[in-house]
Design a protein around this ligand. Structure first.
Ligand SMILES: Nc1nc2c(ncn2[C@@H]2O[C@H](COP(=O)(O)OP(=O)(O)OP(=O)(O)O)[C@@H](O)[C@H]2O)c(=O)[nH]1
Ligand SMILES: [Mg+2]
Length: 370
């Protein structure tokens, strides 16, 4: 174990100024008039079951979801209204327009095609489908597409891991996507559910990264294990897991750097962290949570593809859905990747993280009353 470990509750000191996002925004893709993209990698993952602690926040949950999705909803509704303008019946032209609406709403081409096919089948079956029913039809078809496709109806992590020691989560993603904030929110909610949480500051690339995690640790009241900036992230991760085992922790959340000198370096580092913590807990990490910034739309898809191809990812969190009209990206990512979207970020506050529930998400998006 590294002798330099320092476990402490850090002082709430500075205001964190986020980095600008890195990464190249991919242009929106399409089909029909758009071209079908190639098949991408899908990964299998272990089954994890429902964890009910989020019911603690049940009352506010729907409100936060509705408010967070307001911009996406507004944009989608106005596009749909334009798509059906002057039409009373769903016909080929409406379907063509709808295809464009979904693609430009960041749902992604593959998923858009599947949705359109389902609506086509419904129109063929029911003969006459009024355009006034389109919102409800979209809601039903998208919800059943997502629930059929994803065998996993679980929410959040299943902390009842079948091994001794804490449940270890490695949090990964490019810089600025919301990793540290998501860790802070998770720590808050897990602690409120009575769990003993330890945080590991394995983003040693920037001094501000360690401080930012310490601020969250202080705010939430959980220990942060850290070393000097520039120290070996794997060593910090080792110290964190080691301290968490000694302290009888239930959950360990390890923050990692989003930016290194290059992508290969980043992936190698994640592998090294994983190998090192396995010396303490052979089953660790229980979860590798990939954080994606939903407001980057197609870029979030691209990052999901790259990360899942390069490293083992077992779940995803899509952040910053508030303040963006690109929330459709959640539908596409949830449909196209076998890896489940476990959480969605709907604001910067401690309570603005929710387990992703497909049905509730789609209901909120297409609810004309909300
Ligand atoms: N509106 C909104 N902002 C968010 C959300 N999640 C994170 N943010 C903000 O996004 C910015 C970047 O978040 P961080 O948590 O620092 O991102 P990171 O991935 O840890 O970034 P690096 O450490 O630089 O790799 C911060 O200003 C957060 O407050 C969210 O769900 N909604
Ligand atoms: Mg960070």
């Amino acid at each position: 174990m590294c002798a330099a470990v320092s476990e402490l509750f850090c002082i709430f000191a500075r205001i964190y100024i986020p980095d600008t996002l890195q990464g190249v925004r991919a242009p929106p893709a399409g089909r029909g008039r758009y071209a079908l993209p190639g098949h991408h990698d899908l990964q299998t993952r272990k089954e994890i079951k429902i964890m009910g602690f989020f019911s603690l926040f049940g009352g506010k949950k729907k409100e936060t979801l509705d408010e967070g999705l307001a911009k996406t909803k507004e944009s989608m509704f106005s596009k749909i209204a334009r798509a059906v303008a002057g039409k009373s019946k769903v016909d080929d032209e409406v379907l063509d327009n709808l295809e464009e609406v979904l693609v430009t709403s960041d749902v992604g081409v593959d998923t858009t095609l599947r949705i359109i096919e389902r609506i086509e089948a419904r129109v063929a079956r029911d003969k006459y489908v009024s355009t006034s029913e389109l919102n409800n039809i979209l809601r039903d078809e998208i919800a059943s597409l997502l629930t059929e496709n994803g065998s996993d109806d679980t929410e959040g992590f299943n902390l009842e891991a079948s091994h001794e020691g804490p449940y270890v989560v490695l949090v990964v993603g490019v810089n600025g996507v919301g990793k540290t904030t998501t860790i802070g929110k998770l720590a808050y909610q897990l602690k409120a559910a009575g769990k003993k949480v330890y945080l590991g500051a394995a983003d040693t690339f920037r001094a501000a990264a360690v401080e930012q995690l310490c601020i969250w640790g202080e705010r939430v009241g959980v220990p942060v294990i850290k070393q000097q900036m520039g120290s070996d992230p794997a060593s910090v991760a080792y110290d964190t897991v080691s301290s968490a085992i000694a302290g009888g922790a239930d959950v360990v959340l390890i923050d990692t750097a989003g930016r290194l000198h290059n992508k290969v370096g980043l992936m190698n580092e994640l592998t090294k962290i994983r190998n090192v913590i396995r010396k303490l807990l052979p089953t660790a990490p229980d979860d590798v949570l990939l954080v994606l910034d939903g407001s980057t739309g197609q870029n979030a898809f691209e990052q999901a593809r790259q990360f899942t191809a390069a490293t083992e990812v077992t779940s995803m969190a899509i952040t910053k859905l508030d303040g963006t009209a690109k929330g459709g990206v959640v539908i596409g990512i949830s449909d196209q990747f076998k890896i489940p979207v476990k959480y969605i970020g709907l604001g910067e506050g401690m309570e603005d993280l929710q387990p992703f529930n497909r049905r509730e998400f789609v209901d909120s998006l297409f609810d004309t009353k909300a």
